[in-house]
Design a protein around this ligand. Structure first.
Ligand code: NAD
Length: 427
């Protein structure tokens, strides 16, 4: 049992994602005044559901998969958070991801709580029909706790608009009417929002641009390294390149590509979409995976997995700014080292919040059955992201703390104040 952190420790051993979250929360307590007495509420999820998902495979056999939906906190509104299909998914990770959604929605001042779901499965090993059956049964198993006013899932690693279409259809079949607002990230012709696919990468760019301005970092010609070239990493890389920066290194699960003169991001995106990986795009420029964090660049964008920036990486990395496209890429110890080395970290709860912001717009549009243009979506998202970065920057300056702690202070103040005003049922 890890005794350093207060709160519900699920697996308790070492650097789990949930323990990382608890440590981040502990850092905020001294800044919350009397509200800190209420912080215990955020140290455990409100509701955690573990489900068994039996699936009839194409060969007629039955396989069982484990699925989860965790609602971390619903004080400010319905739960919001993605669904992950990945072989490493476990309760600890889903709990942490749901908690980060609580903080993210509150830091952005969106009227949502935090939730997350997942199934421990390698989706690449299932046929499309098996994947559909898995998704539909998972949706039915969590049916009781989701809904447009309860908890609204969205895509995450290993899921996509098609998964959301199946979830929406399954929920609607059980409800007896079409309920588009039960999930976001749907295909556009099924109540999805324009701009959703690019939203997270776009948010990474906007938050990076705003903070770069604050720290006097010129984006023109700035060298950028991106880890993860999926939905988030590739769109962010493209926007930085289109705005004058130079993407010199891209890493995905298959290879690490380094081109000093700058990678043609658009061409790499086409290649990666066609082949499902970047390996082979320019074999002569592939370097060893471990060298990724050794490269000198003004900006690093981790946009793949959790926990990749540990103390050793934080000690050696040569950069000015880290933009957390992924959720939870920096461990707490690493955070402290980066702060000492005056490397600016734009935290996940702000940096990758473009996705949930446009998900919010999708939900609003579905409830109103009235849809906005992509230009309107982008304008509204820009405004919300710019405000959030400015609020967090101001809070960090006043409290003399990191941007992450500032975002947590803002979020915790909003959530705990809302709870104080609501009171505790039954009183
Ligand atoms: P994705 O599945 O589209 O892409 C993931 C990328 O990571 C792929 O390029 C994959 O090759 C790469 N990758 C996997 N394992 C790797 C490894 N060991 N080393 C290097 N690269 C590796 O996923 P995504 O939607 O782009 O999400 C990426 C991250 O961003 C996740 O942490 C996710 O939770 C977070 N996020 C996504 C969204 C969104 O809207 N998609 C929103 C907020 C946060």
């Amino acid at each position: 049992m890890n005794t350093m952190v207060k709160g519900l420790t699920y697996s308790g051993q070492g650097e789990t994602a949930w323990n990382n979250y608890l440590k981040q929360l502990d850092k905020v307590a001294p800044y919350l005044g009397e509200l800190s007495e209420r912080l215990d509420m955020l140290r455990r999820p409100k509701r955690s559901l573990i489900v068994d998902i039996p699936v009839i495979m194409d060969d007629g056999s039955v396989k069982h998969f484990e699925g989860y939906r965790v609602q971390h906190n619903l004080t400010r509104g319905p739960g919001k958070g993605g669904v992950r299909f990945h072989p490493d998914v476990n309760l600890d990770e889903v709990m942490a991801l749901s908690a980060w959604m609580t903080i993210k929605c509150a830091a952005l001042n969106l009227p949502f709580g935090g939730a997350k779901g997942g199934v421990r499965v390698d989706p690449t090993e299932l046929s499309p029909r098996e994947l559909e059956r898995l998704t539909r049964r998972y949706t039915t198993e969590i049916n009781l706790i989701i809904g447009p006013q309860k908890d609204i899932p969205a895509p995450d690693v290993g899921t996509n608009p098609q998964t959301m279409a199946w979830m929406m259809d399954t929920f609607s079949m059980n409800a007896g009417s079409t309920v588009t607002g039960v999930v976001t990230g749907k295909p556009v012709h099924l109540g999805g929002s324009l701009g959703r696919v690019k939203a997270t990468g776009r948010g990474v760019y906007i938050s990076g641009r705003e903070v770069a301005q604050q720290i006097g970092l010129d984006l023109a010609g700035a060298r950028i390294c991106v880890q993860g070239f999926g939905n988030v990493g590739s769109e962010a890389a493209l926007l930085f390149q289109e705005n004058g920066s130079k993407v010199i290194c891209v890493q995905d699960h298959s290879a690490t590509l380094y081109q000093e003169q700058g990678i043609d991001v658009k061409k790499l995106m086409q290649y990666s979409k066609a082949h499902g990986k970047i390996k082979g795009f320019a074999e002569q420029d592939e370097i060893h995976t471990a060298n990724f964090w050794q490269i000198q660049a003004e900006i690093f964008i981790p946009a793949a997995l959790e926990g990749v920036i540990d103390a050793a990486v934080a000690q050696s990395i040569q950069t000015k700014m880290i933009l957390e496209g992924a959720n939870g890429p920096t461990l707490t110890e690493a955070d402290e080292i980066l702060a000492e080395r005056q490397i600016t970290v734009v935290p996940d709860v702000i940096c990758n919040a473009g996705g949930v912001t446009v998900s919010y717009f999708e939900w609003v549009q579905d409830l109103a059955s009235y849809f906005w243009t992509e230009e309107e979506i982008n304008q509204r998202m820009d405004a919300i992201m710019k405000n959030a970065v400015s609020d967090v920057w101001l809070k960090a300056s006043v409290a003399q703390c990191s941007l992450r702690t500032a975002a947590y202070i803002l979020a915790c103040e909003r959530i705990l104040m809302a709870r104080k005003e609501r009171g505790i049922y039954p009183g």
